[in-house]
Write a protein that binds this ligand. Structure first.
Ligand SMILES: *[C@@H]1O[C@H](CO)[C@@H](O)[C@H](O)[C@H]1NC(C)=O
Ligand SMILES: *[C@@H]1O[C@H](CO)[C@@H](O)[C@H](O)[C@H]1NC(C)=O
Ligand SMILES: *[C@@H]1O[C@H](CO)[C@@H](O)[C@H](O)[C@H]1NC(C)=O
Ligand SMILES: *[C@@H]1O[C@H](CO)[C@@H](O)[C@H](O)[C@H]1NC(C)=O
Length: 563
């Protein structure tokens, strides 16, 4: 029986002009050598200090630490110590200097919840925290608390402006009745609220539950209570037993270390050692750059959570109104497109932390390169310093890692592969190259002496139906990240698509392409074409002792040895 070309036709023929790779790494994460990009990264940080006033910060009073780790080890670190600081702390900032990481804490609180088998993310929080048992909280699941969708108050009584009423009344704010002033708050000089007072500040939602992200510190204090009530341990002990002890990270802790180990900004009073009590699960942890790096390595290495659970943890839960930013549990996810060429989103899973005027942090995971980055600052301008560091550091490092990943992929996978089978007289060969586009480009692919790039154009891309001359499809391989399996993505020949459609503005139909027509549908087509039960969109590299020996194209029944 003749196989009709029609049976190959996809439901929706491709019509996208760009490469549309799968999400995630487009090449295997590079192995990053020690001291990688040291010179360029140090230069950009030196510039940041030398020209601090151009950047808008004061290098006399702010200190910072920057470090970057691969899955194996820290490959870069740089520390800057302000000449003016509180001398109770360290003389010189280093990898073992303790900072308060503020809301970076939320990552640890969520991880502790994920590691606690007795807490089910889909349960209403009232199952674990008795104060929230009422019907009012029946829709508020633990998961919604982890990912900023619970519509809970941001701070409760903490940071209430009532404490500054004497300055605000002259500006037009009304006089407050004594009963309107919260009895407790957070911070030096305030009495920190008790558990009972904390829940008194709760009633009311900031919006529709599960609808719009709204940053809530209160949510993570509640998760802290849930952890304490379920385990019968204090939060500090929960973090120790579940995370920092198994990973060997004594310098990450909820209890203040000796002040001599910390970086204390000038004239900031006793903020360093202040016990934040119920605020601790949302913003109270202490950590060093070295141990944060180690913690990030443990996430990249799936040490506490399995690969699958980690994948699930690193997913967005909600959009923001900026396309490149979304929110997870508790990740602040950035997808900058401008760091690679051709542009494509490089997913950054970050968490910021800020004790305003005292210390700030950013922890960053970039799975694309198996990269972890820790940014810490102490001083009156710490929050804008870590924000700027995120941009300038990643802006310098990512293009270099991209280049490294490409060079390594070309070295390891690039070149010719060939097979000769005596039994069937069939032949197969393939040539792979890292070109300017993403992934591994198939430069040439022959099977049974036929040009498969043309054959795929005619079959998988529906070229036969279009009656086109047989062009060569743009075929690229992308790693699946497991078992040396790679996805094969078939695209229109480069430059062909626009011509076929007659340009962007065809027939004056300006509305075309806004949604479906130019959509990135690679995800839609995974396992979309099988030949004799076996998917055509998968190949497997056979690797021995770190070297590629062979590539198998199971759909074509071809095994090709590396030449
Ligand atoms: C930086 O801080 C120091 C110490 O407070 C101060 O004397 C100096 O004027 C500040 N510099 C700028 C540019 O604000
Ligand atoms: C990665 O995890 C494995 C166990 O899964 C462990 O043996 C190894 O030490 C870890 N490596 C790092 C750098 O954490
Ligand atoms: C210096 O730090 C210590 C310890 O945190 C603190 O008690 C003291 O108030 C600080 N000094 C100033 C001037 O802020
Ligand atoms: C392989 O090709 C040779 C020469 O053309 C032919 O004699 C032989 O029968 C072929 N074998 C098979 C299995 O097709």
């Amino acid at each position: 029986m003749r196989v009709s070309m029609l049976s190959f036709l996809p439901l929706f023929p491709l019509s996208i002009a760009d490469y549309c790779p799968p999400t995630g790494p487009v090449l295997p994460p590079p192995s990053i050598p020690e001291n990688f990009a040291q010179k360029e990264l140090n230069e950009v940080l030196e510039h940041f200090v030398k020209h601090s006033s151009d950047y808008g910060w004061n290098a006399t009073v702010n200190s910072f630490s920057v470090s970057a780790t691969s899955r194996e080890e820290t490959f870069f670190s740089n520390h800057y110590t302000a000449p003016l600081k509180n001398d109770t702390g360290v003389d010189k900032v280093a990898g073992d200097t303790v900072y308060r990481i503020a809301s970076g804490t939320k990552v640890f609180t969520v991880l502790a919840v994920l590691l606690e088998d007795r807490i089910n993310l889909e349960d209403p929080i009232g199952k674990y925290v008795k104060e929230l048992q009422g019907e009012e909280y029946g829709d508020v699941t633990v998961r919604l608390l982890t990912n900023q969708l619970a519509a809970l108050p941001r701070e409760g009584y903490t940071w209430d402006k009532a404490v500054a009423a004497d300055k605000l009344v002259p500006l037009g704010f009304p006089q407050l009745a004594p009963s309107d002033v919260p009895p407790c708050g957070t911070g030096v000089g305030d009495r920190i609220c008790t558990r009972e007072e904390f829940f008194k500040a709760m009633p009311g939602f900031t919006g529709q539950i599960a609808n719009t992200v709204a940053y809530s510190n209160v949510a993570y204090s509640i998760l802290g209570y849930a952890l304490e009530d379920v385990t019968g341990m204090k939060y500090a002990e929960v973090i120790k037993q579940k995370i920092t002890e198994p990973l060997g990270l004594p310098d990450i802790a909820a209890k203040a270390p000796k002040t001599e180990r910390g970086i204390l900004p000038i004239n900031n009073g006793p903020w360093f050692e202040l016990d934040l009590e119920y605020v601790t699960p949302t913003a109270g942890l202490y950590a060093t750059p070295n141990h944060l790096d180690k913690f990030l390595r443990s996430i990249l290495n799936n040490t506490l959570l399995s690969n699958v659970k980690t994948n699930e943890w690193l997913k967005p839960a909600a959009f923001t109104s900026k396309l490149e930013e979304s929110v997870g549990a508790p990740w602040e996810i950035f997808r900058p497109r401008g760091l690679t060429n051709p542009p494509r989103p490089i997913d950054h899973y970050t968490k910021s932390g800020d004790l305003p005027g005292f210390s700030s942090s950013y922890i960053v995971l970039v799975p694309e390169y198996n990269l972890g980055v820790t940014l810490l600052s102490a001083g009156p301008e710490a929050s804008s310093i870590v924000a700027m560091l995120l941009d300038i550091f990643q802006g310098t490092l990512v293009p270099k890692l991209e280049k490294l990943a490409r060079e390594q992929a070309q070295e390891v996978y690039g070149g010719k592969y060939e097979a000769q089978s005596k039994d069937t007289n069939s032949s197969a060969s393939i040539e792979l190259v890292v070109d300017k586009g993403p992934g591994l480009k198939v430069k040439e692919w022959k099977n049974n002496d036929k040009d498969m790039l043309q054959s795929f154009y005619l079959t998988i891309l529906g070229g036969a139906k279009k009656g086109d001359e047989p062009l060569e499809a743009d075929v690229r391989f992308y790693p699946l990240g497991v078992d040396d399996r790679w996805r094969v993505v078939f695209n229109e020949p480069e430059g062909k698509n626009e011509k076929r459609k007659g340009g962007k503005n065809r027939g004056g139909k300006k509305l075309l392409g806004a949604m479906r027509e130019d959509a990135c549908l690679t995800w839609f087509r995974v396992d979309g074409t099988r030949y004799g039960k076996i998917p055509l969109d998968e190949v497997v590299f056979r690797v021995e002792d770190g070297a590629v020996k062979r590539v198998d194209a199971p759909g074509l029944r071809a095994e090709m040895d590396k030449m």
